[in-house]
Design a protein around this ligand. Structure first.
Ligand SMILES: Nc1ncnc2c1ncn2[C@@H]1O[C@H](COP(=O)(O)OP(=O)(O)OP(=O)(O)O)[C@@H](O)[C@H]1O
Length: 234
């Protein structure tokens, strides 16, 4: 995954077009992921570890289809519930109730289906009192609660979880972890998981990939990867 980064700061659109016309616009190529390749089998729980900016979220976005890789490919078998960039699918001017239907539609659920599951979503998020409030007045943790509740209302084939849940309070994080664990126990759900908590990765995952500065350093059983990662930075 290569990002084009402007090699200098441009302060206006006018400046941008002038440079574009004069052919003075230069970009630096930045390899956010370079030759990263791994397989995840059905029912596996795969953790991604690595220091800040190493490419974990980019990897999840490429897998979820949010980003198209510059070269290479991803093959996915099954439906994906992506819990990345929570709130990206929400219109914050709308109420939570309206957003539940909107987000459900984005995940491929029709209105009748969402109506049927509305109570279970709201109960899980514990936000019944705030259902008709515009989401722009929600805290980041409240947004995460609604987003997680919607994305996991049905058991997906593949669940992709980014650090985003960390904005939830500790009780909600535990509740999410229990729901993720119940998916794992069913044996049908494949989970890809990014967390800065090595303990959480060890607790939930069976395998792990360590990505560092866009390169795949290691992919193995979770204990071995976490041990090597700790030895390097601990
Ligand atoms: N849209 C983008 N345009 C340019 N660079 C980007 C873009 N998205 C990510 N990057 C860069 O790619 C690199 C990897 O970012 P990424 O968010 O995947 O890291 P991460 O491992 O998830 O980090 P963290 O642990 O801090 O969340 C970073 O250097 C980041 O600046």
């Amino acid at each position: 995954m290569v990002f084009n980064m402007a090699s200098e700061q441009l302060n206006s659109l006018k400046e941008y077009f002038i440079k574009l016309v004069k052919r003075e616009l230069f970009f630096k190529e930045f390899y956010a992921l370079d030759h990263v390749s791994f397989k995840v089998k059905k029912g596996e729980v795969m953790g991604l570890v690595g220091t800040n900016g190493s490419g974990k979220s980019t990897m999840l976005k490429v897998i979820a289809g949010v980003l198209e890789p510059t070269s290479g490919s991803v093959s996915v078998r099954g439906s994906i519930a992506p819990l990345i960039e929570l709130g990206a699918g929400f219109d914050l001017e709308l109420t939570a109730r309206e957003n539940i239907f909107l987000n459900g539609a984005l995940l491929g659920h029709d209105r009748a289906f969402m109506q049927e599951h509305l109570d279970s979503i709201v109960d899980f998020a514990e936000l019944a009192d705030f259902l008709d409030m515009p989401m722009k007045n929600y805290s980041s943790g409240m947004v995460a609660r609604i987003a997680f509740a919607i994305a996991t209302v049905v058991e997906p084939d593949i669940l992709i979880v980014d650090e985003t849940l960390s904005v939830g309070d500790v009780f909600f994080q535990e509740k999410c972890e229990r729901r993720i664990q119940s998916f794992i126990d069913s044996g049908n759900v494949t989970v890809l998981f990014v967390s800065h908590s090595i303990e959480q990765v060890e607790r939930l995952c069976t395998r792990a990939a360590w990505i560092e500065k866009g390169q795949l350093r290691m992919v193995d059983e979770v204990e071995a990867v976490c041990r090597a990662y700790r030895e390097q930075f601990g």
